[in-house]
Design a protein around this ligand. Sequence first.
Ligand SMILES: Cc1ncc(COP(=O)(O)O)c(C=O)c1O
Length: 432
Amino acid sequence: MIEGSRSDNNLNHTPPGLHQELRRQDNQALSMTSAESHSHPPLPDKTGLRLHPPGWPRADESVRAALDRVYSSGDWGRYHGQECQAFSEELAAYHGVAHASLCSSGTIAVELALRGLGIGPGDEVLLAAYDFPGNFRAIESVGARPVLIDVNASDVNLDTSQVEDAMGPSTKAVIASHLHGGMIPMRKLRAIANRADLKVIEDACQCPGAWNQGKRAGTWGDIGVLSFGGSKLLTAGRGGAILTDDAAALQRTKVFRERGNEAFPLSELQAAVLRPQLEQLDADNDRRHKAAESLCRQLTAISSLQPLKTTASGAESVCTQGSSLAPASSPGTTSQRHQTGFYKLGMWYQQGDGKLDREAFSAAARAAGVALDTGFRGFAGRSERRCRKVGDLPQAHRAASELLILHHPVLLEPEQTLTAVIEALLSLGSGP
Ligand SMILES: Cc1ncc(COP(=O)(O)O)c(C=O)c1O
């Protein structure tokens, strides 16, 4: 946000320790703490205003009301109250699936999904060679072997054209993660999986509420996975869920979870704060989508930064360099069914001669008040003792060294702030 541009300073109320915690959790920096912002004074923009990355979670009266409600009811201190039950029903209805089952994190949700689908020792699981690190570990934790497939250069998401050739006799499942606003073409992946009897775990941790070819993200897979971690679009500090129509798979996850009591629970308190956020999710995603559209348009002014192509539903390209994020047929509006989810806005960084390298550029951006960071490290460099690699994985290698990601809270900021973000990036000396 821009200091002095609005009176509601509550929006920047996140405790300084929160972002440091997220940094460890995601194995990458997500945003900047107020302490950091003070040690690197933000640069003034042309108007003399100073940028600060907005805090997360934002102040939200409906969340405060949910906390009051759960205090009054006493559910905050109970194993079983009304909130988890109500939230899982609301989540299932929102997604149009038979079952939503709550758990302690997105990482655990991926592991539960693997176990629910019967994946275990001796099995292989396909995943993108550029993905959230916990997904690789979840495969290992059930005793299966990760098989790495390269990502597309355009959006750094799993290259579905390589899935069939990547399969071997032991390959049982694929993890399809929608990353950085991109959307894996799930209709195509589903068709491949059906032909090959391959189970699909659809990781929608970064894009709750997004639409993918006419369905909500997370509902194309045999099991879909959500995260409610502290940096996520729906946040309870920690938490996750699985979505499925497969009652038998759900039952297998329950067998693994129930050890006298629930082993990986979401609490009543967490469910209570998530319920009002789910109600606002579509409206928030709409705002984020429009902001991402604006940023992508403005980023064309910076030759070193090329936004990733993001797709919402169908084959519509919604975020390519130099083009509008919204479909051409709907100027000025964003159909919700074309919305993707922006946990991060991803972009390639091309270092010009004599210009800052990627790490220096992102550090300078953060010092200037823009929550820009490097992406995941990915797995392309991992030892073949731990995984099977399909080809040389050139795009995953490139993603590990050339991607930058802008963290989502800025996408709920006004246009003036988005323009200030672009100006701050331009001022870093890597412009045209
Ligand atoms: C794609 C993806 N999958 C899974 C997770 C794990 O979620 P959690 O942090 O709740 O364990 C994340 C977290 O950032 C993620 O980005």
